[in-house]
Design a protein around this ligand. Structure first.
Ligand SMILES: [Zn+2]
Ligand SMILES: [Zn+2]
Length: 82
């Protein structure tokens, strides 16, 4: 397991593969990295429009981290409270 953290330390992650390059800390805005020194700004999410198989409703999905726009917005709200 690897440990990743953002520059300010509010966002942390554990895992075998690093967080997506478009995932940043909602507080300090840097990417999560193994080193406390080496933080860069996250890439912008690359949204592609998909259509729900059941309802046919369009939704936006990031082609890099494979999260929907709604999911990402939700996630950032949750992270802010920590
Ligand atoms: Zn941070
Ligand atoms: Zn993304």
């Amino acid at each position: 397991m690897q440990y990743y953290r953002c520059k300010c330390g509010k966002s942390k992650a554990w895992g075998f593969i690093g967080p997506s390059p478009c995932t940043g800390c909602p507080s300090c805005g840097t990417t999560l990295d193994q080193s406390p020194m080496d933080h860069t700004l996250p890439l912008p999410h690359t949204f592609i429009t998909k259509y729900d198989e059941d309802t046919g409703k369009p939704y936006e999905l990031c082609g890099i981290c494979l999260r929907t726009k709604a999911e990402l917005e939700q996630r950032e709200l949750v992270a802010e409270e920590v």
